[in-house]
Design a protein around this ligand. Sequence first.
Ligand code: PLP
Length: 411
Amino acid sequence: MNGSSEQDNVHDHSDPSHGAGLGFDTRAIHYAFDSAAFSRAVQPPVFLTSTYGFESVVANDAAAAQGGRLYAREYNPTTEILEQRLANLEGAEAGLVVSTGMAAFGTLILSLLSQGDELVVHKTLYSNTVAMVEHGLPRFGIKVVPVDLSEPSNLDAAITNRTKLVYFETPVNPLSAILDIAAIVERAHAHGVKVAVDSTFASPALQRPLEHGADIVLHSLTKYINGHGDTLGGALLGDAETLHTLHETGLRYITGATLSPHSAFLILRGLKTLSLRMERHSASALTIAQMLDEHPAVSWVSYPFLESHPDHVIARKQMAQGSGMLAFGLHAGFDGARTMLDHLKLLTRAVSLGDTDSLIYHPASITRARQTIRKDAHMVSGVGEDLVRLSVGLEDVNDLIADLRQALQVL
Ligand code: PLP
């Protein structure tokens, strides 16, 4: 299921890229780590240093001329292993990791777009990305054009000669809707515009947008890739030239949003079990989606690998499995969602996703709470007041089902 192209049982330690050509899981564990260079430590060391000494001023001149490995905002050996490993797993030439998924989005947009440029986005996005495109980017003269990309031909009217990038998530947060990567890329490329895909909900174990023609992939590493809910991180993966720009402008002096080396270590550790975890997340989520689909208190369920999902054919084309994210609505609506959540005993009421622990939340309740401090806070396009988002964790699926059933029973 993990999309390994070539399976080779021999790990060639003479190969400088340490794992190239091996299966996905082998590369998730070994790629880009040369233990011989680190006293044969089996796990990568964490380099906690803010700066690097240089042999001589002349040596420093040479290092600076080559981009330099002078200072920890721009370079760290632990972080570099993570960047190379993630790039390899996505099928990208290069990678950049930063402090959060939002920092990755900021680095991407503020490095590649300037005043007067236009950004086309899908109409539904993660709520903080929505806040940035609605409130942040227009302040800097970047025009954002929201479009319904479930119909890729809508791009034709949205793209102008100022459009620099098309950006969307698939699966879409929090709806678990699916957008057709290849179809959107075909339209965008016909107009000479690059495409960036936020693939956070799927992870490279289940979906690799570059294989469908996308130019750049964004991940919140906070979610499935780290997988244990104990650190934040973000990544951008793509061609070497673009990634050089993102590193040299975005990370070096625009956002400066460096990932801590300790977080890089934790994320490398999480990555080792990524496809095992995604298999269990996906299997349990499908079982729970089927249960909810038949439950009399539930009015609708959105899970990409359910036959009833409107985009399940596209999902099966571009994803190996359905992942652990699903959304559902209750006949009892807004109040019913609140009542049900408060009756859960095992599932954790929390935002975020992709952790070992099942996390469930009700976006409309959060929006209502936010409105008390920000009057203009509003629901993201396409998200109803009844929507409950569930990130299915790695607990025993029967325990999760029992908890959901007893909470639904009170409605
Ligand atoms: N993209 C998606 C799809 C997300 O769900 C999130 C966070 O929930 C982000 C980006 C932002 O990531 P972070 O929380 O690491 O900043």
